[in-house]
Design a protein around this ligand. Structure first.
Ligand code: GLP
Length: 241
């Protein structure tokens, strides 16, 4: 079931998300977290970094698995999600590098996907999974049409998603055409999901995800099938609910 929490300001959404992640780590220092990239979690990660510095919140025993990575990009490429995570979170806290995982965008894709699923299983599965939502309702890089039972795999990015993410790349750069992403089935196996949505751009996607019967037309609507989901959003994103 989905618990919807509408908050006044984007900053409060980020503060609440950071507080929930911190509470998970304090309750279970060896928590297994699922992490997301994109603009939405930036403030969450900045706050977690501040909590580490100021309150001693420790990621030393935490394991993390990110949702996705561009195909063909490695950690040394500044536009990879691995580089993003290093900049925005891993470099600000005391997480162990060998426990902070992303799909390997440089490995042959099928091998990378199978290895990732096996690593998640070996870690005992994901406890709390952080999620954003694409303008078209995608979660991770599961574009509309993705099977709800899908697993980690290589996917072709939609034109809409490539346009939305183009500002993250240098002007004139060619965007990757494919990515490795956890599947919707993979995501639904996390014990708890925390979806963040900020801004009017997300209002239609959020309404499709929460107020219509679950359908692969809106990948995020699969969340309705999960027993423990919290959606944190600001008023602009909640406008069509
Ligand atoms: C990206 C990511 C998703 C993310 C979404 C929204 O393409 N693969 O994991 O949730 O798009 O991004 P943003 O938070 O920048 O709006």
């Amino acid at each position: 079931s989905v618990t919807l929490v509408v908050l006044q300001e984007p900053e409060i959404v980020a503060a609440e998300a950071a507080a929930r992640i911190a509470a998970e780590i304090r309750a279970q220092p060896d928590a297994v977290l699922g992490l997301a990239t994109g603009r939405t979690p930036l403030t969450v990660y900045a706050r977690l970094g501040a909590m580490h510095r100021e309150t001693g919140l420790s990621f030393r025993q935490v394991t993390s698995f990110n949702l996705d990575e561009y195909r063909g990009l490695g950690p040394s490429d500044p536009t990879s999600f691995a580089a993003y995570m290093q900049r925005e979170l891993f470099g600000r806290v005391d997480i162990c590098a060998d426990r902070a995982h992303l799909p390997d965008g440089l490995m042959p894709p099928q091998q990378a996907a199978e290895r990732y699923e096996a690593m998640i299983r070996a870690a005992g599965g994901i406890g709390l999974q952080l999620l954003g939502i694409g303008n078209n309702g995608h979660i991770a890089f599961n574009e509309p049409g993705s099977d709800f039972a899908s697993r980690t795999r290589e996917v072709t990015l939609s034109e809409a998603t490539r346009n939305a993410n183009a500002p993250d790349f240098p002007p004139g750069a060619l965007l990757p055409e494919t990515a490795l992403t956890m599947g919707i089935g993979t995501i639904l196996e996390a014990r708890e999901l925390l979806l963040l949505a900020i801004g009017a751009r997300k209002a239609d996607a959020l309404a499709n995800a929460l107020d219509k019967p679950p359908s692969p037309d809106c990948p995020a609507s699969a969340l309705q099938l999960h027993p423990r989901v919290t959606v944190l959003c600001d008023r602009a994103a909640a406008r069509r609910l």
